[in-house]
Write a protein that binds this ligand. Structure first.
Ligand code: NAD
Length: 368
């Protein structure tokens, strides 16, 4: 039921929103609110030169709206680079739903979110991210065509996590090749932060290579389950930064490579699936280069999942995804070799490659 709110409330709002939106060069930011279901979501569409913006929806109990906005702005920008370096015809976008994925998720909430996405007319295509599953895509898909990563029983290609895990594993091996001269991970000590969908599957690959694995997770029950299943050592949320390991693999949330943790990390490689691992791409990427830490760019090595989401969007199959995902090994090798030889921030080297493709394709599109 419509009620009349006093306009006084609007007069007192400070409009800082456009400053933030324009600072990272976004095309569009959409706020979705629904009183009946409690839905509060933000869609960030960063760049659509290469095609419709494709990127997952994250459901997380953000401390406040500002934290959610910052996350969606950073994540959607990251998708622009990821989709470009992945070689797919998709722009960068992402969405966040504010809420606890374990407690607040309901069918009406997801379907209402789907209705909002339908209104974007295909400019943004969603899929799974943290706190979301293929089953959730089914509910979203009841209200919109603009969704991928649908369950197999509905003709979709399912959860993209296996391809994200595989690509991350390939990226980690490529980093080992440049750092240690061999891509064998045999006997390497690896700490995995976050044993969710991707973290667990990555552990499976690493176990086969005889790695010694340490893992942490926000949810104690989840950590216990995975640690028991793979016979690995569970560690505390903060303890993970002090471990004496060869490889630190962030597989939870972003910004865990920062001023504080870099002083504590003892690893020679950082390679994980989490998005936006570097709190500050320039400062922390430079720190890694200058201090002998090989940082495998997150948006490059974790792009296997979006390749699968895109495969579903263009109506091809997982064979295509598998073949396309293999390129992560060679591309990571190229980026890290270049970064080592030129003593340059690996994230920046990878971003240059991604940007070049966007700008080259923009020229192709400039004429009819
Ligand atoms: P998920 O929700 O299945 O798992 C994330 C796990 O991290 C959860 O178990 C959570 O409890 C844990 N976690 C959160 N904060 C933590 C902390 N501070 N310390 C330790 N654990 C913590 O998510 P996922 O799909 O496995 O994705 C993991 C990361 O990889 C995310 O950053 C996501 O954006 C990124 N990613 C995922 C995919 C994919 O295909 N799923 C693709 C690309 C990137």
């Amino acid at each position: 039921m419509l009620t009349v709110e006093s306009t006084e409330k609007i007069d007192n709002v400070e409009f800082s929103v456009f400053k933030e939106v324009s600072s990272l060069g976004h095309e569009q930011v959409v706020y979705c609110y629904d009183k009946a279901t409690g839905l509060k979501a933000i869609v960030g569409i960063h760049n659509t030169v290469l095609g419709p913006a494709i990127g997952g929806t994250r459901m997380w109990a953000y401390k406040n709206d500002q934290e959610a906005l910052n996350d969606v702005l950073r994540l959607s920008r990251g998708m622009t680079f990821k989709n470009s370096i992945a070689g797919i015809n998709a722009g960068g976008g992402k969405a966040v739903i504010i809420g606890d994925g374990r407690k607040d998720k309901t069918e009406p909430l997801l379907r209402t979110f789907g209705k909002f996405l339908e209104n974007l007319n295909g400019k943004y295509i969603t899929a799974e991210d943290v706190g979301m599953t293929a089953k959730d895509m089914e509910f979203i898909g009841m209200e919109t065509k603009n969704v991928s990563g649908m369950p197999e029983y509905l003709g979709g290609l399912g959860d993209p996590s296996p391809f994200t895990a595989y690509g991350t594993y390939l990226g980690m091996k490529a980093a080992a090749k440049v750092a240690y001269g061999s891509d064998s991970l045999d006997g390497k000590k690896v700490s995995i932060q976050g044993v969710g969908s991707v973290g667990e599957l990555l552990i499976e690959y690493l176990k086969k290579e005889n790695c010694k694995i340490y893992a942490s997770d926000f949810y104690e029950d989840r950590l216990k389950e995975v640690a028991g299943k793979y016979q690995i050592k569970g560690v505390g949320l903060d303890e993970i930064y002090d471990l004496d390991v060869d490889i630190y693999s962030p597989c939870a949330l972003g910004a865990t490579v920062n001023d504080e943790t870099l002083k504590r990390l003892k690893c020679s490689i950082i390679a994980g699936c989490a998005n936006n691992q570097l709190a500050d791409e320039k400062a922390h990427g430079d720190y890694c280069t200058e201090n002998g830490i090989m940082y495998a760019p997150d948006f490059l090595i974790n792009c296997g999942g979006v390749i699968n989401v895109y495969a579903e969007f263009i109506k091809t199959g997982t064979e295509w995804t598998q073949a396309h995902t293999e390129m992560i090994y060679e591309k990571t090798l190229d980026v890290l070799k270049k970064s080592s030889e030129e003593k340059r921030n690996a994230q920046e080297v990878a971003m240059e490659i991604a940007l070049k493709r966007i700008n080259d394709i923009a020229k192709v599109k400039a004429t009819y």
